[in-house]
Write a protein that binds this ligand. Structure first.
Ligand SMILES: NC(=O)c1ccc[n+]([C@@H]2O[C@H](COP(=O)([O-])OP(=O)(O)OC[C@H]3O[C@@H](n4cnc5c(N)ncnc54)[C@H](OP(=O)(O)O)[C@@H]3O)[C@@H](O)[C@H]2O)c1
Length: 247
């Protein structure tokens, strides 16, 4: 059990990558608090996994578009848990269009949900980690934050911002025993990518050296590694989980 006795906060826990991160953490005997915007279809399933593995799962609700709602749910999770060993900033959205057509609201909304909410969670959770001289923070960036993508200036900026946040916070907290890393997934099959046109999906798969789309477990296993004591000398890094797309 790689995360035995640890407590984790995972944002965007209701679907896709976040849900699988929760599931893998529960299987490693970690108690997990998940945050999403509303009651999720996966709550019962995750509670069942928790029971099966003797761990626990609590789902809490907050809206990452609203700083007050977000701050309040993260603080509530802190109060309930007594502090976290692991924070995974995973909540994210896309609002894609070419930059000359992009409305400022769509720019701001993506930066708010993908980047500002992660900063706020880091701020609230890391203070206690610093006091305890221990903790692992994982920010869900993207290959797009490294290489860019036409039609995703807002999303790419938010994901590049997460890398800057990761590296800077790693420098601030390293001497206090807190590690901060990012994961940069490539093309992973979830609700977020299901909406893409079939032809685009096929051409993206062609560009993957491993010639397949990633699955949520590929990313969740990387999160287990970065959250666990298998990675105790790793901080400030961006771990690509992309079938070789970024190499
Ligand atoms: N899929 C990919 O190929 C891929 C590639 C690179 C990076 N990523 C990143 O990985 C993360 C997860 O992606 P995914 O594909 O699993 O996405 P997804 O299936 O669309 O799930 C997004 C999650 O974020 C939560 N969320 C969205 N807006 C929120 C808000 N305003 N307040 C609170 N929670 C909110 C959702 O909760 P609700 O159910 O409550 O809306 C959901 O749990 C994202 O940060 C994404 O950018 C994904």
């Amino acid at each position: 059990m790689l995360l035995k006795g640890k407590k984790a906060l995972v944002t965007g826990s209701s679907r896709g990558i976040g849900k699988e991160v929760v599931k893998r953490f529960l299987q490693e005997d970690c108690s997990v608090w998940g945050v999403c915007s509303k009651l999720s279809a996966s709550k019962e399933e995750l509670e069942t996994v928790a029971k099966e593995y003797g761990s626990s799962f609590v789902e809490l609700y907050g809206n990452a578009t609203d700083n007050e709602s977000w701050t309040s749910v993260i603080k509530e999770a802190m109060n309930q848990s007594g502090g976290f060993d692991i924070l995974v900033n995973n909540a994210g959205i896309t609002k894609d269009t070419l930059s000359f057509r992009m409305k400022i609201e769509d720019w701001s909304n993506v930066i708010q949900v993908n980047l500002t909410s992660a900063f706020l969670a880091c701020q609230i959770v890391s203070g206690d980690m610093i006091k305890k001289r221990s903790g692992s923070i994982i920010n869900m960036s993207s290959i797009v934050g490294i290489h860019g993508q036409a039609g995703q200036t807002n999303y790419a900026a938010s994901k590049a911002g997460l890398i800057g946040l990761t590296k800077s916070l790693a420098k601030e907290t390293g001497s206090r025993g807190v590690r901060v890393n990012a994961i940069a997934p490539g093309f992973i099959q979830t609700d977020m990518t299901d909406v893409l046109p079939e032809a685009l999906k096929q051409s993206m798969i062609e560009g993957v050296p491993m010639k397949r789309v990633g699955v949520v477990t590929d990313v969740a296993n990387a999160a287990v590694f970065l959250a666990s004591d298998l990675s105790t000398y790793i901080t400030g890094q961006v771990l690509g989980v992309d079938g070789g797309m970024g190499c």
